[in-house]
Design a protein around this ligand. Structure first.
Ligand code: CA
Length: 346
């Protein structure tokens, strides 16, 4: 007995099968004191030209991550259907209420939409939106590129990321797609809080999912925008949707993305006290096991010595901490190592 399919409550004005360019708004109902029949309008741009794969670009899943919305909306304004073969769906600001409020979580229901998948059409606003993405949008999609940054909570070394997908063929294709995007690093990881993420939804449908971390710390990373914009057209080229070869040359002279992995649980540093944190390294720096990562300062207590935090693993710092004040249990750093297929499979 299968559960009855419940239709999305979100109105979608685009026809995914129509040729040419359509730019419209999803209308996601949001009943308020001042507008019982009101809606949140979420931009969606669809370009189609004949047969070919469908590529989805999403940004603003978290509202305080700016590089994706900038890169995707720029592409959405200038991409011409005549330049493509196939279909491109662009959503520069998925979580519009959070984007407008400049916060990670939805100000409507307090939820992280990236922990609401596969969603619920009768649930909260974020659950309703997640359900639309999962049940209406994703069935059309072959490759999903979801542009994130580390928001206010961290600063990321500019990177794509992907799960270590069990299916070897899909894993290889995902790695190739991440390499085509052409960020300085691609972090293969095993997830922190998975199953309810958008990435997990894409993977459950057997499609290719690439994420990014293009900055953080609550500001626009200029190089992150550059890498993001190039990455979008690189992916279209790699999929044959646009003509040409991906440009993956790096600032340091290397010709391509460096594949990394985040498998060892010791790669994650957590604050053991609520304190003011003094970090020692920037994202992208080489760090060594045993080396000082930072100090937790108890400014409110004159005679109390700071508590040292030391790296448990060696590698490159993928995520550097963001806010100076940290709470016990907060993640204050993530280290990554060079990708090793044998170690990854073990
Ligand atoms: Ca994010």
């Amino acid at each position: 007995m299968t559960a009855a399919v419940v239709k999305s409550r979100i109105q979608c004005a685009v026809d995914f099968d129509r040729e040419g360019r359509q730019a419209a708004y999803l209308r996601a109902p949001l009943s308020r004191n001042t507008s019982g029949w009101g809606a949140v309008e979420i931009p969606i741009i669809v370009l189609k030209n004949g047969k070919g794969p469908t590529i989805l670009f999403t940004g603003g899943v978290h509202g305080d991550e700016y590089e994706g919305p900038i890169a995707i909306s720029k592409l959405a304004r200038c991409l011409d259907p005549a330049q493509i073969q196939g279909r491109v769906i662009l959503m520069p600001a998925v979580n519009m209420p959070a984007v407008l409020a400049d916060v990670r979580l939805s100000p409507v229901d307090g939820r992280d939409i990236n922990r609401c998948f596969p969603g619920n059409p009768r649930g909260t606003f974020s659950e309703m939106l997640a359900h639309f993405m999962d049940s209406v949008l994703l069935p059309h999609v072959d490759v999903s590129v979801d542009l994130h940054t580390a928001g206010h909570s961290m600063e990321a070394a500019l990177s794509t990321n992907m799960h270590y997908v069990e299916d070897a063929a899909i894993r290889e294709r995902t790695m190739a797609m991440a390499a085509a995007f052409g960020a300085p690093y691609n972090a293969v990881f095993w997830g922190v809080d998975e199953g309810a993420t958008f990435t997990s939804s894409v993977e459950r449908q057997g499609k290719i999912s690439v994420g990014t971390e293009l900055g953080g710390w609550g500001r626009v990373n200029i190089e992150g925008v550059r890498v993001g914009e190039r990455g979008l057209t690189n992916v279209l080229k790699a999929c044959g949707v646009m003509e040409g070869k991906p440009d993956t040359a790096q600032r340091d002279g290397s010709p391509a993305t460096r594949h990394m992995m985040v498998k060892d649980p010791g790669n994650f540093l957590f604050a053991r006290h609520s304190a003011t944190y003094e970090p020692m390294n920037l994202a992208g720096e080489v760090v060594h096991a045993g080396e000082l990562a930072g100090r937790l300062h108890f400014i409110e207590d004159i005679d109390r010595d700071p508590v040292e935090v030391r790296y448990a693993t060696s590698g490159v710092l993928w995520m550097a901490p963001g806010p100076g004040r940290v709470q016990r249990g907060d993640c204050i750093g993530v280290v990554m190592q060079d990708y090793d297929p044998v170690a990854a499979a073990s």
